[in-house]
Design a protein around this ligand. Structure first.
Ligand code: ADP
Ligand code: MG
Length: 302
């Protein structure tokens, strides 16, 4: 596991910002930290990147402890902070060379910078000063600086905030590409973002993890009800299907199509399938319609 967080708490003076947080993340994972403002997302990220010490608990990155080996940790972590502080008077290339230098890249610095400009789509803008760039391009510079030393772990604090819809799509795509080879943890308060780019989501509220799941599993699991769309080859006995254990309601949804509302925890698809067999019906299609994360989030953080 590239990131191991065990029982981490953080106090700012009296205030508890994180309360016993534990999770692990590995390569190929794009993990979303989802939570309202003040939940503790940025605090957790600052701890993983050695910008802040935790009050309690342990954090390891690629096996190195953030408190004991911060230098080894920093070599392996790329970080895009929330308010991505960039030097607006510097040229993009100059800035990336500067950051690369800080990471101790020497012999192949020019080459690394060139690759970063290329992979973040900054080549055409490379001769501009950072201050002359649009917000979307500044985020690209932020990503480029986070990636310059080819870290195994990438921590992105609200990477898409303030981007316009086109920029959003591009940056999300870029993050997904990066996520194939690295461990990416990003924070967001936007549900669709998690649905669009994360394969795992940790929902954090008031310093505590309230859910840690595959994005898809979470949607199903937290629902108290499931809605199954089913289509048969011929008419059915509606009352009979409605009488099956676990079925709350059956409503028509077109010719031989039905919406079956079920009471949550068990998957009723096998039951519906057996019903069809018993009745001599063929099932033409059957899907569980997924509850969107927005509702899930509201349920969990109430
Ligand atoms: P998020 O990123 O999820 O919005 P933060 O990690 O920034 O949440 O903040 C978590 C809590 O800790 C909030 O209540 C915030 O006000 C508080 N906090 C964050 N940074 C500091 C700080 N430097 N000093 C005091 N309190 C802080
Ligand atoms: Mg934050």
């Amino acid at each position: 596991m590239s990131v191991q967080v065990q029982n981490v708490s953080k106090y700012y003076g009296e205030q508890k910002a994180l309360d016993g947080v534990s999770f692990e993340a590995g390569k190929g994972q794009v993990m979303g930290f989802l939570g309202p403002n003040g939940a503790g997302k940025s605090t957790m990220m600052k701890i993983i990147t050695c910008y802040l010490p935790q009050t309690e608990g342990t954090v390891k990155v690629c096996g190195f402890d953030v408190s004991e080996d911060p230098i080894e940790v920093k070599k392996r972590v790329g970080y895009l902070p929330e308010h991505n502080p960039l030097y607006s008077e510097m040229y993009i290339r100059e800035y990336l060379e500067f950051i690369g230098g800080l990471h101790g890249i020497k012999s192949n610095l020019q080459e690394r910078v060139k690759r970063m400009l290329n992979s973040t789509g900054l080549e055409r803008e490379q001769h501009k000063k950072i201050g002359q760039l649009s917000k979307g391009y500044r985020q690209r510079v932020g990503l480029a600086q986070a990636l310059i030393h080819d870290p195994e772990v990438l921590i992105l604090d609200e990477p898409t905030s303030g981007l316009d819809p086109n920029q959003l799509v591009e940056i999300r795509h870029l993050i997904q590409e990066i996520g194939k080879e690295k461990t990416v943890i990003l924070s967001t308060h936007i549900m669709q973002e998690v649905e669009a780019i994360c394969n795992r989501v940790i929902i954090i509220n008031q310093g505590k993890i309230v859910a840690d799941q595959d994005t898809q599993v979470l949607r199903r699991m937290t629902s108290n009800e499931q809605l199954i769309n089913i289509e048969f080859d011929k008419p059915i006995d509606q009352a009979r299907m409605a009488a099956l254990a676990g079925v709350l309601e059956v409503t028509s949804d077109g010719v031989n199509r039905w919406k079956v509302r079920t009471s949550g925890s068990t998957d009723l698809r096998p039951v519906l399938f057996h019903f069809a067999v018993e009745q001599g019906l063929a099932v033409l299609s059957m899907q569980v319609s997924e509850q969107n994360l927005e509702e899930v989030f509201r349920q969990l953080t109430r």
